[in-house]
Design a protein around this ligand. Structure first.
Ligand code: PLP
Length: 387
């Protein structure tokens, strides 16, 4: 039987392969997994328990509870400076589903969507599943992992529908500069393209940086689909919740996708995050505690990289990823990643899992304790010396 052709075009995740190998070993130190090591803040967890007791166990409206959409619209106005109505907000079952609904709504067969390379590996696969063609925009270290607007312009064709941005970035940990965002906004307006802005890491910024949302720029709201979530900000990866803001006409179309796939986001999860939004002081303290811990770990890992021969790393500005250049070790990214797992018991992700321009790098998630980071660095230092 012939299955859906698009599935053949999707490679199994390069990350999974490593995790499967690591599972059979003891004493592993992992920099692999891209999720907070913290548990969800207490007040949010308690709100979920209460929601269960109160009987929030039914289907919810497809787009999410009305009071949650209202609270999210207020958050988007206050924090992101995007002037939205609740009808312009769609609650989804996580950022991954938000991305898929976005691609599915925008793309006709053969349409092109420009995505960053290296970038979150789900983007390319989802664009293919949605019937489109991903077009890869190189993100280069010599450009401080910033987008080069001229290179971006060169990729636009009559089939281009949208440009995807991700700031702070997985896997580089970099934040797109205001002036670059402004240039991209001009390009989008000139070529009548949508911007898809993945802002899942908006709360994890270092050294006093403030988050910028491109939808808040003049005349950008009507052409931007912004995706935010709780997976990273509230350490809620397993709860599956995120949200989109975009023009209401598009929300209406995306509701059709949700209606026919997920039906609605999890009812209890929705009540829990609503409580978090309604108690901003407590929530701010929890988010800041995690952010400060990531920053401290960033400093520890950066100090460690300096002691490893052949590693060079730009300092991450946000998220919890470091992306050192490892070309001077003489190994390619898969070889080195396998070597570190095999000989040192350390899990990293080869940069080429994030696209061809990720070759020559390893991704380290530093969402793990300072102690683990120090131990892992020590093991790598010794291992690399023996290369
Ligand atoms: N976007 C980026 C850049 C991510 O790194 C991730 C998860 O790692 C997601 C989206 C998906 O998040 P979620 O767990 O909410 O589906």
């Amino acid at each position: 039987m012939e299955l859906n052709q698009n599935l053949k075009k999707i490679k199994p995740s390069g990350i999974r392969k490593l995790f499967d190998l690591a599972q059979n070993r003891k004493d592993i130190i992992s920099f692999g997994i891209g999720e907070p090591d913290f548990t969800t803040p207490d007040h949010v967890r308690n709100a979920a328990k209460k929601a269960i007791e109160e009987g929030y166990t039914h289907y919810t409206p497809n787009a999410g509870f009305a009071d949650l959409r209202e609270a999210l619209a207020q958050k988007l106005i206050d924090f992101n400076h995007i002037q939205v109505k609740p009808e312009e907000v769609l609650v989804t079952s996580g950022g991954t589903q938000a991305l898929f609904s976005t691609f599915y709504a925008l793309l006709n067969p053969g349409d092109e969507l420009i995505i960053p390379d290296p970038g979150f590996l789900v983007y390319g696969s989802q664009v293919i599943l949605a019937g489109g063609n991903p077009v890869f925009l190189p993100i280069r270290e010599q450009n401080h992992f910033q987008i080069d607007p001229n290179e971006l312009k060169g990729l636009i064709t009559e089939k281009t529908r949208a440009i995807l941005l991700n700031s702070p970035s997985n896997p580089t940990g970099m934040v797109i500069k205001r002036e670059v965002l402004e240039e991209i906004a001009q390009i989008a307006k000139k070529h009548k393209l949508f911007i898809i802005s993945d802002e899942l890491y908006e709360d994890i910024l270092f050294d006093g940086r403030k988050h910028l949302s491109i939808a808040s720029f003049p005349d950008m709201k009507e052409r931007t689909i912004s995706i935010f979530g709780f997976s990273k900000s509230y350490a809620m990866t397993g709860w599956r919740i995120a949200y989109i803001t975009c023009p209401e006409s598009l929300v209406k179309e995306m509701i059709k996708i949700q209606q026919n796939t997920a039906v609605c986001p999890n009812s209890v999860t929705q009540r829990a995050v609503l409580y978090g939004l309604q108690n901003p002081k407590e929530t701010k303290v929890s988010i800041e505690k995690m952010r400060a811990a990531y920053q401290e770990r960033r400093d520890v890992i950066m100090k460690g990289f300096k002691e490893i021969e052949g590693f060079e790393c730009l300092s991450p500005e946000g998220a919890f990823y470091a992306f050192p250049n490892i070309t001077r070790t003489g190994k390619n990214s898969e070889e080195l990643s396998m070597y570190l797992l095999d000989k040192c018991g350390v899990v990293t992700v080869p940069g080429n899992a994030f696209g061809q321009y990720g070759e020559g790098y390893l991704r380290f998630s530093f969402a793990t304790s300072v102690d683990m980071i120090e131990k892992g660095i020590e093991k790598i230092k010794e291992g690399v010396k023996k290369l």
